[in-house]
Design a protein around this ligand. Sequence first.
Ligand SMILES: [Zn+2]
Ligand SMILES: [Zn+2]
Length: 287
Amino acid sequence: MKQSLVNLLPPATIAAILAFWAFAPAAWVESPWALPVMGLATLAFVQLLELVFERHAGWRINARELATDVFYVAFSYTVIGFASDALVNSPLREAKEAWGIATPWLADLPFLVQVMAVLFTFELGQYWMHRAMHNWTPLWLTHAPHHHVTQLNAMKGYIGNPIELFLISLGVTALLDVDLNALFASISVGSAIAAYAHANVRADPPIWYGYFFTTIRNHSLHHTALSYEDTRCNYGNSVIFWDRVFGTYKEGESEVVGQDDRKRLSIKEQWLFPLRPWLEKRGAAEA
Ligand SMILES: [Zn+2]
Ligand SMILES: [Zn+2]
């Protein structure tokens, strides 16, 4: 397959997802399975692409990485999804009712405009949450495990300390009145872009795509082990456009990813990471 066609894989995937939701029958959209099936199928597809169009041999998936990645995807789809729905989205929907917050005009806009409105609104919150995580130690301790990954793969966006995964799932989009198809499309598109932005796939999408959306080039730079300053840019999870607006965009990519001495953390180490300063202090006192 010609490289120019491989480069079109991310935008073609997004177009296919948009078309699916634009034309999906109501019965499918109302099924509780449609959204998770679309999300998981996209992840599986991008993971398979890694086997065909590998970007870096050093990032090649192996049994241990795959098992960890699958664990985190399952954890995010169940525990984290349940927690953010129960603790944030449901209360927000109740507040929306109680305070009479309504944006019915939004549901009258064209499908694509609705999808992008939800995606860009959600991602604006993600941008500032992620940027705060890099600038305030208590939040950094929850986000650092994500930066300790030593290779990038389709599901690596799901790797992190549970506190971080919960915080990064939060958003105010439950307050918006949009078509259900458009809401689901924005969620599917956002996670597809984030999957490609972490994937070991040799696809460098066209300039217009990379102007608005995060690519593996820009996100691998955010994960670089070679320069501390370069990790403090390209915060957009799937919408890099906000980095351009707020002056944190940086061009470039990195093959060498990881944190500090590039030691891979076990799941236990990832979960205990925020307690590290305290554990180290206790260890030093006992020594
Ligand atoms: Zn980060
Ligand atoms: Zn990442």
